[in-house]
Design a protein. Structure first.
Length: 307
């Protein structure tokens, strides 16, 4: 990857909720590479006020939303603020609070965007080649440019021109599927997801727990088998939004729709069989399914403590 230098064309927008002090290291790395870093607090309920004051001392702009409105609303608010502060921005980098960029990350993404434009491709977004915990999503190459499947939201470089063409993130989805829905709208406009193969992102993805079948621990090759789970409340949105997106995109994107449904079903089956908390998880998933079939969107049920 190229040596780190600060871009004058990219601002980072970081969504946070009850952030810990590790966000300071993550934002410091962004400040080294971006002309501006806007941190949006999405209505934190247990905020450590020292985190925000230290972020501002680093040089970040902190925007605090009065209530928890979801990642799409947080990103949209941060993007609007970043662009108002610097109308000449060419790119927005969307980030989660638990993601850490490597040196040269932004420069590498910008380079991939430039190569794609030079090859005559419309660029909807640029994603890193490696995101910890996730498989590569390379589809094909075009004149040396790598084109990928739907990316995750964190570490995503989006041209401001693409934001103008595609529109903002869908706030009615609240959290899960926000990146997928934006990707599909961009794809419909022939705006591709370009992959910067040499860029990697350290990203926290769920929680790893030891697998159990009832009271018995499950091992693999002499070691405890670990299963990745999301917070219990997330399964409401995972299921609800999958149903909403399937209903919307099934005719135009049948392969994407079927693959997504099967992937989520497989994950829910695995964690229901092997991970603790299966009853609460299935209750949340069932509520999500019912609301999805009713075409209900928005914030969803109130989150319960500890879920």
């Amino acid at each position: 990857m190229a040596e780190t230098s600060q871009s004058t064309r990219t601002a980072a927008v970081v969504s946070t909720f009850n952030p810990h002090h590790n966000v300071l290291e993550n934002c410091a790395a962004l400040l080294d590479q971006c002309v501006d870093v806007v941190v949006v607090d999405d209505g934190s309920t247990a905020a450590d006020e020292s985190v925000y004051s230290e972020l501002e001392a680093l040089g970040c702009t902190v925007l605090r939303l009065p209530q928890n409105s979801g990642i799409a609303a947080a990103l949209n608010s941060g993007i609007a603020l970043a662009r108002s502060r610097n109308p000449s921005l060419a790119f927005i980098l969307t980030m989660d609070q638990d993601s850490l960029v490597q040196p040269g990350f932004v420069q590498g993404l910008e380079g991939a965007a430039g190569a794609a434009t030079g090859a005559g491709l419309g660029v909807g977004m640029v994603a890193p080649g490696e995101v910890s915990g996730l498989p590569r999503r390379v589809l094909r190459t075009h004149h040396g440019v790598t084109i990928g499947d739907e990316p995750v939201q964190s570490g995503l470089l989006i041209p401001t021109a693409s934001l103008d063409a595609v529109g903002p993130f869908n706030e009615q989805l609240f959290i899960d599927g926000v990146d997928s829905e934006f990707y599909l709208r961009a794809k419909a406009r022939q705006l591709h997801c370009v992959i910067a193969l040499d860029c990697s992102l350290n990203h926290s993805l769920g929680t790893m727990v030891p697998a159990r079948l009832g009271p018995w621990p499950v091992t693999w090759r002499g070691k405890p088998l670990m299963v990745r789970t999301a917070s219990t409340w997330r399964y409401y949105f995972i299921v609800r939004n999958r149903v909403l997106l399937a209903a919307r995109f099934a005719l135009k994107e049948p392969y994407w729709t079927v693959r997504g449904l099967l992937t989520d079903l497989r994950h829910l089956t695995v964690v229901s069989v092997l991970a603790p908390g299966r009853r609460q998880r299935l209750v949340a998933a069932r509520k999500g399914l019912a609301d999805g079939l009713r075409r209900k969107s928005g914030p969803g049920p109130e989150r319960q403590p500890g879920t």
